[in-house]
Design a protein around this ligand. Structure first.
Ligand code: PLP
Length: 433
């Protein structure tokens, strides 16, 4: 059962469905830990069976059993142009024909770095990595070397990959000394931040933050909060790192820093800049970036750093975004999604809070606004699971966790958004009053 070709991809032939053994789910549990390679894919937070996907096209994906879904996971935000956008596919084919891996510098690395620096004024130089995790840990090392301080400040509910310093008290397997070097405080709380900086500002190497949070669900801070963070970090000589792995080229071509008019010292990118292929990047002023080897003493390197295919997909994606800025259209779709969902929820007496910023949104089953992690975790998990599983049964995929963002791409249309609203109306009607 091939996908109906969407408007964007009307020239691509319908592909035959590959055969998937019915045993594959069983084998996944046998050969992969927990059946997955990344925990959220296990669907444990919505008490459901994991789903395997075998094809994607435009805004739609196909499961291993041939079932079709409108996709709002969208590669966790990486696929801003939808699945298999023609311009990215063309660029990839050409890059593959030239050779998959060079092992030395490739002109694509220069071009993608230039595109990022042109889009984001606080960035003069870029270092590419193979994941957001690796970019975050590299930025932390750089900040420690630059300031000759040890402590890192982060915020409850923000995610910066799974490196030691940024996973303090969230995973087993860390040494206590390292855990003590990371301080986590509530997000979006100016008082807590000011107090912390007053007490410990002199030994803080860096403050790392998602300028719009996407990993406690979407939480949008006010501009004043980020501006004050900029002032206080500068005052105390700590670096300010914006983790724009999700927000970069998503909430606007210039990312969240462009939206709020606040320039960090270092920026982390990932997801969208790789056009769906593995990537991460650290960017900042040349003065700071010069600390990295071979110019400076902070080591970072990688066999696959600046991979030609990731560069090709990233360049094609950024060029498409620059040539036809989709941001107004995406905002409108997201607003329609939020308004529609709030309306059908109100009609069914289901308390709902929809947080959104540009084309990312989270539906919290909560009766009060969600402005930080503590409030996000108070949302009704059982109702979220019923909603997510109810949508899945109706051919719509949202992230299987109440603390993730869903993503709208340029391949989504008003019809896709109307479908999720109508399906939600049906699911809400089944909730116990
Ligand atoms: C996804 C994500 C990361 C980690 O990126 P990976 O490529 O998965 O390692 C870091 N920060 C934020 C904000 C993210 O959403």
């Amino acid at each position: 059962m091939p996908l109906t070709p969407s408007k964007r991809s009307s020239k691509s032939p319908a592909r035959p469905m590959p055969a998937v053994s019915p045993r594959v789910a069983e084998d996944a549990r046998r050969y992969l830990v927990g059946g997955v390679n990344s925990p959220v894919r296990a669907f444990r937070q919505v008490n459901a069976e994991p789903l395997m996907l075998i094809q994607g096209q435009g805004a739609e994906v196909v499961g291993a059993g041939g079932e079709r879904f409108v996709d709002f996971i969208m590669g966790w935000g990486a696929l801003v142009l939808g699945h298999n956008p023609p311009e990215v596919m063309r660029a990839l084919k050409q890059a593959m024909a030239d050779g998959i891996l060079m092992g030395l510098t490739h002109p694509g690395e220069v071009e993608l770095a230039r595109l990022i620096a042109d889009a984001v004024p606080s960035v003069e130089q870029v270092r590419f990595t193979t994941s957001g995790t690796e970019a975050c840990l590299t930025a932390v090392k750089l900040a420690r070397a630059h300031t000759r301080r040890g402590r890192i400040v982060m915020f409850d509910g923000c995610y910066h990959g799974h490196s030691e310093s940024l996973m303090a008290r969230k995973t087993a397997g860390l040494v206590e000394a390292l855990e003590q070097e990371t301080i986590s405080i509530p997000y979006h709380d100016r008082g807590a931040f000011a107090t912390l900086m007053q007490r410990h500002g002199h030994d803080i190497a860096a403050v790392i933050v998602e300028p719009v949070a996407a990993n406690m669900g979407v939480v949008v801070p006010d501009a004043e909060y980020l501006a004050r963070m900029r002032e206080l970090t500068a005052h105390h000589g700590a670096l300010l790192i914006f983790d724009e792995v999700v927000t970069g080229f998503r909430v606007g071509y210039g990312g969240a820093q462009g939206l709020f008019g606040v320039d960090p010292d270092l920026t982390i990118f990932g997801k969208i800049i790789g056009g769906g292929l593995p990537i991460g990047a650290v960017g900042g002023s040349s003065r700071l970036m010069q600390r990295l080897a071979p110019s400076g003493e902070v080591y970072h390197g990688g066999t696959f750093a600046g991979h030609p295919l990731s560069m090709a997909a990233g360049i094609a994606t950024l060029k498409a975004l620059a040539a036809h800025p989709p941001y107004d259209g995406l905002d409108q779709l997201a607003r329609r999604f939020a308004d529609g969902l709030l309306l059908v929820a109100a009609q069914a007496n289901v308390p709902l809070c929809v947080n959104s910023c540009g084309s990312m949104a989270t539906v919290f089953f909560a009766s009060t606004p969600v402005k930080n992690y503590a409030q996000a975790t108070l949302s009704h998990r059982e109702q979220f699971a019923q909603w997510a599983n109810g949508l899945r049964a109706r051919g719509i995929l949202v992230p299987p966790s109440p603390l993730e963002a869903l993503f709208i791409s340029t391949a989504h249309t008003t019809q896709h958004v109307e479908r999720v609203i109508e399906a939600s109306r049906q699911v809400f009607a089944s909730f116990k009053q």
